[in-house]
Structures are given as structure tokens and as C-alpha cells.
Ligand binder design. Structure first.
Ligand code: F0G
Length: 343
């Protein structure tokens, strides 16, 4: 068994990606993530459902696939810094890949709205962090201005290399399933991911229905209008004016898919279901895709369904801990433990 055979998404899909012999490859061996069968979910929806576990990437989210390419190309172009706005995961990934590349990372974040694990990553990898009294959408406008006037490469998904790298996830799904799924479901925030999957699928002439899900309080694409004050427990997708809005609607329309809302309650119910019935801990935003498939199960065409779980549950320990009841500690004696266990 060769445990080192996976060499990262650029090396694995090099001939389909915009790299040349002189591109310095900045990789943490991202990609090659599990496509896990989900028996409990399959039973509920009456289809073979698979979970693409993007939380298994090096920084714990799907962002690493696009970041390896964006940072490699920035380095090739002589950049000494990268910059992004983020609800958390992009900043964690940008900080890690910039550290690996030996360049600086600047991140602009909505203050108080980034889950603890993600913030920890940006801090530990040495990013320069600017929290703002504003939303992700404000942060994105600021970083666009910043990178237009200063010497830092933009690594939000407006950067086409992010989308190019991200599409490798669709190729992996097809490589493992041996076919395109009937439906591919994912959460939609800034809409880069759904845009990238659709690009990846159509590049090899496969066409699953693309099903995207937004949180009810942050659903600009569903309602066809910018949301000024987006609100949801799923902070990763707390976005009111997605940069890749057109990409998302194109993916929906060309694939015969749908983009719908799921409530915070549906998101949290599904988050707990995945953890307790499938043994998979994802972050709340990731559960939105599965919540949407459950909600619209009657509309599923025949054939396999893939749901991308975009980030690991440990990204957001606050949500996990506050949704559980630990109780007061008991005395360190067996009788006290048995009493608590009601045994
Ligand atoms: N799921 C997670 C865990 C995310 O972090 C994001 C986006 C999404 C889903 C939505 O993906 O934006 O491509 O539609 N996070 C970005 C960030 C916005 O800054 O980390 P999208």
C-alpha cells in the first residue's frame, strides 16, 4: 500500500488545470476526500446518497482545492501577499497556503460572526486579521478596493483560479462513482462552489441537477434580491450579495436544478442527524445541503445523490456545545455516576 500516492489536486489533475512547468506548486495535499455512503439518509430519501466529505481537506473545508491553485498562481506572478474577505473558511485556507508559500495573508472578517475554529486557524497561521463592524458583503467590497490599489493578490472566489481548482471535487465524484450523480446538492453562500462544481461537471459532459440551498435569513438568490442584513446560525453562508450570483443561477437553470431555502431549525436538525445517525460531524452550513435534499426528496429524479459537506464540524465548536446539555459535574464516585446515568 502506498500511503503517499495522493499528491494534491494540481498534480492529480494537472493536464486540465492552468499550470505550466514553471508554476511553483503550493500544496498541502488537499483533495482526494472521501465519498461516503450514507445509509440512514439513503433510507429516508429512497435514493443512494453519498456525502463528499470536504471537511477532510487539510484546513477542514473545501476551500483548499481552489486555494492551492490561487496561491500557486499568485506566487508564479510574484505576489508577496494574498488578501481575502471571509466568513471564516476562506481566511483559514488562505492563511495556511500563504504560510506554506512564505508570503503574507491579509484577511477582513465580519467581527463576532466567524466561528471559533476558523478564527483560530487564521491567527495561528499568522494572517494579519482586520475585523470590521460590518457584514461579509462589506468585507468583500473592502478587499476588492484594497487589492485594486495595493500589492496583494485577491484570493476570494472571484479569482478564477479558485473556481478552476474547486472544480476538481466534481471530477473526483465522477472518478469514484464512475458516472455523474443524478443530483448534486450543496449549500450556497457567495456561490463560488456551485459555480465550480457545474464547471467541473460540464467540462466532462456530465450534467447532474444542481441543487443549492441558502439559509432562510440569507437567501438573496432564492428571492432575487440583495439581503441587507443576512442572518443565520450557519455563519459560513451569512451572505446577502453573492459574488458569483450569475454562476449559481446559470448552474441551476442549465442543469434543471433548484436553489431553495432551508430554515435554521432544519439546518440544526440535519446537523444533529448527520452526527448521530451517520457518524459525520459537519459544520451547520454544510448540513443545509442535506436538509434541502430531505425537504425536497419528493422531487428527486432516479439515480444517486451526492451532497457536499463543505466544512468539518470542529470549525464551529460553539454551535456544537451550545446545542447540547452537559449538566453540572457529579462527585467522582461510581454511585454518583450511576445516579446520573439513571442506572
Ligand atoms: N459551506 C461552508 C462551510 C463555507 O465556508 C462556505 C463559504 C459555503 C458553504 C458556501 O460556499 O460561498 O462558494 O457558495 N464560505 C466563504 C468563506 C464565504 O469566506 O469562507 P460558496
Amino acid at each position: 500500500m502506498d500511503l503517499n500516492r495522493w499528491s494534491g489536486v494540481i498534480a492529480e489533475y494537472r493536464e486540465r488545470l492552468p499550470v505550466g512547468p514553471d508554476t511553483p506548486i503550493v500544496t498541502l495535499l488537499e483533495g482526494g476526500t472521501p465519498l461516503l455512503e450514507a445509509p440512514a439518509l439513503s433510507e429516508l430519501v429512497g435514493r443512494d446518497v453519498y456525502l463528499k466529505l470536504e471537511g477532510s481537506n487539510p484546513t477542514g473545508s473545501f476551500k483548499d482545492r481552489g486555494m492551492t491553485l490561487a496561491v500557486s498562481k499568485a506566487l508564479e506572478d510574484g505576489a508577496t501577499a494574498v488578501a481575502c474577505a471571509s466568513t471564516g473558511n476562506t481566511s483559514a485556507s488562505a492563511a495556511a497556503y500563504a504560510a506554506r508559500a512564505g508570503i503574507a495573508a491579509i484577511v477582513i472578517l465580519p467581527a463576532g460572526m466567524v466561528a471559533g475554529g476558523k478564527l483560530a486557524q487564521a491567527i495561528v497561521h499568522g494572517a494579519t486579521i482586520v475585523p470590521i463592524d460590518g457584514s461579509f458583503d462589506d468585507a468583500l467590497s473592502l478587499v476588492l478596493e484594497l487589492t485594486a490599489t495595493h500589492d496583494a493578490a485577491l484570493v476570494n472566489s472571484i479569482n478564477p483560479y479558485r473556481i478552476d481548482g474547486q472544480q476538481t471535487a466534481a471530477w473526483e465524484v465522477m472518478d469514484v462513482l464512475g458516472e455523474s450523480p443524478a443530483v448534486h446538492a450543496l449549500p450556497v453562500g457567495n456561490a463560488g462552489n456551485i459555480t465550480a462544481y457545474w464547471k467541473g461537471y460540464t467540462a466532462v459532459e456530465a450534467a447532474p441537477q444542481m441543487w443549492g440551498f441558502q439559509a432562510a435569513g440569507a437567501a438573496p438568490i432564492v428571492h432575487g434580491a440583495i439581503v441587507d442584513d443576512p442572518e443565520t446560525i450557519a455563519t459560513a453562508i451569512r451572505i446577502g450579495n453573492p459574488a458569483s450570483w450569475d454562476g449559481a443561477t446559470a448552474a441551476r437553470d442549465a442543469s434543471g436544478g433548484r436553489i431553495e431555502v432551508v430554515t435554521d431549525e432544519e439546518i440544526l436538525d440535519t446537523y444533529r442527524f448527520l452526527a448521530t445517525a451517520e457518524g459525520v460531524f459537519c459544520e451547520p452550513a454544510s448540513a443545509a445541503a442535506v436538509a434541502g435534499v430531505l425537504k425536497h426528496r419528493d422531487a428527486l429524479p432516479p439515480g444517486p445523490v451526492v451532497c457536499t459537506l463543505t466544512g468539518h464540524g470542529l470549525k464551529d465548536p460553539e454551535t456544537a456545545v451550545t446545542t447540547g446539555q452537559l449538566g453540572e459535574p457529579v462527585a467522582p464516585r461510581l454511585d454518583a455516576v450511576l445516579e446520573r446515568l439513571e442506572l
